[in-house]
Each structure stands twice: as structure tokens, then as C-alpha cells.
Design a protein around this ligand. Sequence first.
Ligand code: URA
Length: 274
Amino acid sequence: MMINDKNDVDRLQAVWRDFRAYLEYERDEGHARIIVMDTTRQRVESWAAPPQSRASSAKAVTAPPVSSVAASSISPETSEASTLGEIARDIAACTRCDLARTRTNTVPGHGHPRPQLLFIGEAPGEEEDRQGLPFVGRSGALLTRMIKRMGLSRDEVFIANILKCRPPGNRTPTSAERETCRPFLERQIATLSPAVIVILGATALHGLLQVETAISQSRGVWHEYRGIPVMPTYHPSYLLRNLKARFDTWDDMLQVLDRIGRRPPPIDDHKGKS
Ligand code: URA
């Protein structure tokens, strides 16, 4: 890459910050070394491309401008919080499908009542069913680290699932279960009014956008749900087994941060967030 002016220097610095953030992320995951292949090197070089060419290479579907509500400016005592409470009570009382018979707790979701980001996963697992909270198991730990790496905390975003009850044995939700549960998620999204939705994995992709495309095809490309920009990416449990996909997911999260006008913080800043 030729360095011609200050913009090039700024871009290179941004690339280096992103790459450092990625290396730190891997280190936090307990990986002492990574193997950098040619494709990876090319990808890192492509980060230095001007923003316009990055957007076009991602086959972006145009999404509307984002309102940036300062997450911390809204107290939890809002009408959104009380509506979310009502939705959670309706979920707790729900017996619309058989999962009501096997669940320990319903898992409506957790987070800020007016978040910039809404993360949507698949369904509660064993630990989530036990605690009544989303993403508190192994894949949840990875999601939490990713959110921190983005410079946010779990309390500043909202985390929900397509299904609010655990499918026995953590099997994949059926399309009938997705449809039965869908109205709860629709009410939550209408209340939360997030600036951006991040879809985690194929079940959330199919459940929310009602498309049948593979997550590997859809990730990294902007979609839209009722005027809200949606970024699909891999599910954290897939990332636990697939290192290369973490790199892709981090790229997707950088697009999400761009969209809400944020950048990942310098490496040492994220550690205080819980
Ligand atoms: N996987 C999910 O999709 N959601 C959870 O809450 C936990 C694991």
C-alpha cells in the first residue's frame, strides 16, 4: 500500500487498531498464537481500503440513517422498561407450545430498554433455562467478550432470542416454534427500537427475516427489518469451534460499530466493562 497523505496514515492506524483488537480478542480467548495465511493478510490489507470500496465489496443493501440515542441517557424507569416487563410477564404465562411443559424458566431477554444494539440469538440452552437469562453459558461468555471488545457492556445493549423457552436437549427450534414465539420478539423490537439489530446465527436469520439463505452467505451484508438495519453474523457457539469465523464476525461487528458512529476502544479501555 502506498502512503500518500494523512488519510492513508489515518486508515493505516485504524487498520492497526482493528488488528490489535483482534489479536487481543484471541489472546483473551486463550490462544497464544495465530497462523496468518495469505487470505488473512489480504483481508487485513483490504481494511486499509477507503470506506466506500469496503461498503461496495460487501454488497451492501442500503439501510436508513441511524438515530443515535445515547444509551446512558435513558433511565431504566421508562415506559419502554415497563412495556418490556409486561412482555416478559406474557412470556412467563405462555403455554402456546410444548416447550412450556419442559422449561424451568422463560428467558425473555436482558439489557437496556432503549439500546443502540439488539443482539438476537437462537434459544435458551441449559444454563439460560436455569437462570432465566440469555447467553450466560459458554457461548454467552464469548458473546460478552465480543460486546466488551466493541466498547460496550451487556447492560448497554439488549440480548434476546428467537425462542423464549429451551428446546429439550438444545435441539434446533422448529419453524412452528419460531412462528409461535415470533410475536413476542416483534413486540420487543417495537419497544426497544434499536438503531441496529445483530442476528446471531441461522435460526435467528431465518426466524426474524423469514429467508432461507445460509448464514455464511448473509453475514457481513446489511439487511433490513421494518426500517431497522440488520447485520447477520455467526452464532457464538459456532465461533467456539471455528477460529476463522471469529475473524469474519469481528469484521461484521466493525461494520455495526461504524453504522452507529463508534469505534472499538483502545485495547486497555474495554477491560473495565462488565
Ligand atoms: N444460545 C442462544 O442462541 N441463546 C442463548 O441464550 C444461549 C445460547
